[in-house]
Design a protein around this ligand. Structure first.
Ligand code: IPE
Ligand code: IPE
Ligand code: MG
Length: 266
């Protein structure tokens, strides 16, 4: 259960319907650099502040009872940044795991990592493997961290895995379907995001979960990631609950036509 720590949080919590939470909340945690620049601090100070926010959002989401929280931490494109920044981010990740893993484990959270893990520094890979093993049996929220992640890379990896399996089974001529593509993504077995949050105002998806966000509700806020405190998370969830999800139909209440393949022949 989430206990509000001030009146603003209590007021927002009252408005939230805990029975209709998104199953998977995906977040593009953007704006650390700008947060630091505004304070005349080095960019890395923004990343440090971003980790504090991540901790708060993870804990709040788990307490609310959200099934999965998917955080975009490092993209395949982020290697284009200065080496010193990349190295700092990798160090910060290890430091985060060292400090926070006991808390994550205690809160029954299961850590999962998506992305091309084999290209991460060996020490990072080892820490992540250990963390996933430690929390593998936990039954609470799934914390999915996207590291060296790219949506296109994920699709390429999925198609190659499918081709390999078919080749090995001698079934080269078979086609693919949506179920088999979903089942070969890094996110196999996880619900698709219902809500995609992007902080710091950029109106783009930056190669995040391209397949999985087909029908996600998108919420872009001007708030920079280090300022995305619990109140901001609650606001995003309330806004999500105001949306009418239609999936191409006319929404609840409207009578659905029959699927063309089931339509009676005239
Ligand atoms: C997001 O913040 C963190 C990562 C991509 C690792 P940025 O570092 O992209 O911050 P801005 O966009 O430059 O403000
Ligand atoms: C997206 O942010 C990647 C992460 C949050 C990890 P970027 O800052 O890298 O995205 P662009 O470059 O503005 O599209
Ligand atoms: Mg950015």
């Amino acid at each position: 259960m989430l206990k509000p720590s001030n009146r603003a949080e209590a007021h927002l919590l009252e408005q939230l319907d805990l029975t209709r939470l998104p199953r998977n909340v995906a977040i593009i945690m953007d704006g650390n650099g700008r947060w630091a620049e505004r304070r005349h601090l080095p960019r890395v100070a923004g990343h440090r502040a971003g980790v504090r926010t991540a901790r708060e959002v993870i804990e709040s989401s788990a307490r609310l009872g959200i099934e999965a929280l998917t955080l975009y931490a490092f993209s395949v494109e982020n290697w284009r940044r200065p080496q010193a920044e990349v190295e700092f981010l990798m160090r910060l990740l290890r430091e985060y795991l060292r400090k926070e893993l006991p808390v994550i484990h205690k809160n029954n959270i299961r850590l999962l990592v998506i992305g091309r893990g084999s290209q991460l520094p060996a020490a990072v890979q080892k820490d992540l493997d250990d963390a996933m093993k430690l929390t593998g049996g936990n039954t609470g929220m799934k914390l999915v961290v996207a590291l060296n992640y790219g949506g296109r890379a994920e699709l390429v990896d999925a198609f190659n895995a499918i081709l390999r399996e078919k080749r090995e089974a001698g079934a080269i001529a078979d086609g693919v379907d949506e179920q088999s593509i979903s089942a070969h993504l890094y996110t196999a077995g996880l619900p698709d995001p219902d809500l995609l949050v992007r902080t710091s105002g950029e109106m783009r998806v930056s190669n995040f979960l391209l397949w999985q966000i087909a029908y996600a509700e998108i919420y872009v806020t001007e708030t920079l990631w280090p300022d995305f405190h619990r109140v901001k998370l609650l606001e995003a969830l309330i806004e999500y609950q105001r949306r009418e999800r239609r999936y191409g139909g006319l929404g609840p209440g409207a009578k659905a036509a029959r699927h063309p393949s089931n339509a009676p022949v005239e």
